[in-house]
Write a protein that binds this ligand. Structure first.
Ligand code: BDR
Ligand code: CA
Length: 300
């Protein structure tokens, strides 16, 4: 499966990218970066670092530094750490980003792999809206968009109403949801059903000492944040979206049109709507089975 991950790494983004890099059925064509957990410059640097760490030779294209219409955002340093990888210091990759912007790269890849490319946005979805604006055929050229974001019946995580990715750029999401692309939404309704605990990170390290130790190291800060909100583990947000790309039956879907609140106290909230295309919203899953599959994918 040809895949591009659009990302703001980020602790769970790192988990998702290393999962994808090791998966035998995933052909990762590149990463595109976006503001969100960190600034876009930090996201690009972290993405380049992850590519090298995973032993991949793929392009990294830098994307949006801010939301389409909302005022400048605040990076989620309190969740993902000052550099994006928990307590870990700044990582210095050897490689550099490509010249094309994220949106230009996405448009070109979707044309070159027409009908085959799966796009997995796991940060604010700004680059995807920018790609739609660049090329009216973009949405139709994709096989699927499987994005991590939103909460339909679940409570939000950045406000009581909104999940962080949809909160950071609701206007971009609004464009994507109306684009006619084939879309699945992997939101808090399912990602908070799979909590990785400190013991799970130890297990990752036992199975795969090289990547597992790195991930366990960065997890301390992230798990600490989750403790402050009463959870004894971190949601498997971004990895679950990537897993759902290759294992479509992993989550149960409701097919419904969805819209997103663009302003006011509920900004970023995703809701059932009418008068727009249906998307598939993940509403249920077997959390224990997903966690087992995720952990066992390391060191195999
Ligand atoms: C999403 O927000 C970010 O903090 C995570 O990386 C994930 O993409 C979860 O709400
Ligand atoms: Ca993310």
């Amino acid at each position: 499966m040809k895949l591009i991950i659009d990302t703001d790494p980020g602790v769970d983004d790192a988990l998702a990218i290393l999962y994808a890099a090791a998966h035998p059925q995933i052909e990762l064509l590149g990463l595109t970066t976006v503001f969100g957990n960190v600034t876009v410059a930090q996201a690009t640097r972290n993405a380049l670092y992850l590519v090298e760490r995973a032993g991949l030779d793929i392009p990294v294209a830098e994307g949006a530094a801010k939301p389409m219409a909302l005022p400048p955002f605040t990076p989620s340093h309190h969740v993902h750490g000052p550099e994006g990888f928990g307590h870990l210091p700044e990582m210095t990759p050897q490689g550099t980003k490509i010249e094309e912007s994220a949106a230009e790269f996405l448009v070109r890849m979707a044309r070159e792999h027409k009908g085959e490319l799966v796009l997995c946005p796991i940060g604010p979805i700004t680059n995807v809206a920018d790609a739609i604006a660049l090329d009216p055929e973009f949405a139709g050229n994709l096989r699927e968009i499987v994005f991590m974001g939103g909460a339909l019946d679940a409570r939000g995580n950045i406000t009581p109403y909104a999940e962080a990715n949809t909160y950071h750029d609701p206007h971009a999401l609004d464009i994507v949801l109306q684009s006619g692309a084939n879309i699945r939404m992997i939101g808090l309704d399912v990602t908070m059903e799979v909590l990785l605990t400190a013991a799970d990170f130890e297990e990752l390290e036992r199975r795969d000492p090289e990547h597992g130790a790195f991930l366990r190291e960065m997890s301390h800060f992230y798990l600490e944040f989750y403790r402050t909100v009463g959870a004894e583990g971190c949601g498997l947000h971004d990895p679950l979206a990537v897993m759902a790309c290759v294992m479509p039956n992993l989550v149960g879907l409701e097919h419904t049109p969805v819209d997103v609140v663009l302003e006011g106290p509920e900004v970023g909230r995703t809701r059932r709507a009418t008068g727009r295309p249906d998307i598939g919203v993940a509403l249920n899953c077997d959390g224990a089975d997903i966690k087992r599959r995720f952990i066992e994918s390391f060191g195999g």
